[in-house]
Design a protein around this ligand. Structure first.
Ligand code: PGA
Length: 261
């Protein structure tokens, strides 16, 4: 029960600035509990990923908390170019200026709805790493791919897109296995299914030459009532949470149910 848990909240296209402030107010109240505040920064790392328009508000709210309990603030996407004629895009310097230290890349909603390719995602990962922005690299199979017994091929293809990175760069990335069929559907992978692919991922990333063990999260319908089983699996270092991360109490309950507090 003593491993460090990464609890990352992907807010997707939710949370205005007032809602973000409300989240942080509730977060601070939850963190008044000594069992929880004692865990943050030691056995628990918390991060939130608001939409672009709420990143500054989240960062300001985080900075107003006691440094020891403040969550990491990240963003949900970025473009790899520094600046210029890329209407609708946001650059890495802009994200850093807004206070983000992490960025989600390769989320299945970006891959499927917005057509992002393995190649584009790898470019974004490389650019983020070069600027010391930590990528949360997401990958995972669709239902059709799972039913066609293609899960390991798909995961191999998605991870091998990172093959051009150095050992140190591979180690800095936070990886998130998110089976597409489990995202936002209420139908989580079983802990055994999640464990199997996270363990395979670690092998594949080591095979690419990562300098030491890497962090692999599971994402897809993680909630307080399935968190303990999933987070107890030894290849799973934490959770990337969508729906249940929008409220501080359900979000933190995911860790509490794992830790039994
Ligand atoms: P979910 O989303 O927890 O709502 O399934 C997870 C994610 O997309 O990161």
């Amino acid at each position: 029960m003593s491993k460090k848990i990464y609890l990352y909240g992907n807010w997707k296209m939710n949370m205005t600035r007032p809602e973000t402030e409300g989240f942080f107010k509730a977060f601070a109240a939850e963190l008044a509990a000594p069992e929880l505040s004692a865990a943050v920064g030691k056995t628990l790392e918390v991060a939130v990923f608001p939409p672009f328009t709420s990143v500054v508000t989240a960062k300001n709210s985080a900075d107003s908390l006691n440094k020891a309990i403040a969550p990491i603030v990240g963003a949900q996407n970025v473009y790899f170019e520094q600046s210029g004629a890329f209407t609708g895009e946001v650059s890495i310097p802009m994200l850093k200026d807004a206070g983000a230290s992490h960025v989600i890349l390769g989320h299945s909603e970006r891959r499927v709805i917005f057509g992002e390719s393995d190649e584009l995602i790898a470019k974004k990962v490389k650019a983020a790493l070069s600027a010391d922005l930590i990528p949360v690299f997401c990958y995972g199979e669709t239902l059709q791919e799972r039913e066609g017994d293609k899960t390991s091929d798909v995961v191999k293809r998605q991870i091998s897109a990172l093959g051009g990175l150095s050992s140190e760069e591979l180690k800095k990335i936070i990886y998130a296995y998110e089976p597409v069929w489990a995202i936002g559907t209420g139908k989580s992978a079983t802990s055994a299914e999640a464990q199997e692919v996270c363990a395979l991922s670690k092998k594949l990333i080591e095979g690419l030459g990562a300098a030491g063990p890497v962090v692999v999260l599971y994402g897809g319908s993680v909630k307080p009532d399935n968190a303990k089983e999933i987070l107890s699996m030894d290849a799973i270092d934490g959770a990337l949470v969508g729906g249940a991360s929008l409220k501080a109490d359900s979000f933190l309950k995911i860790y509490k149910s794992y830790a039994g507090i």
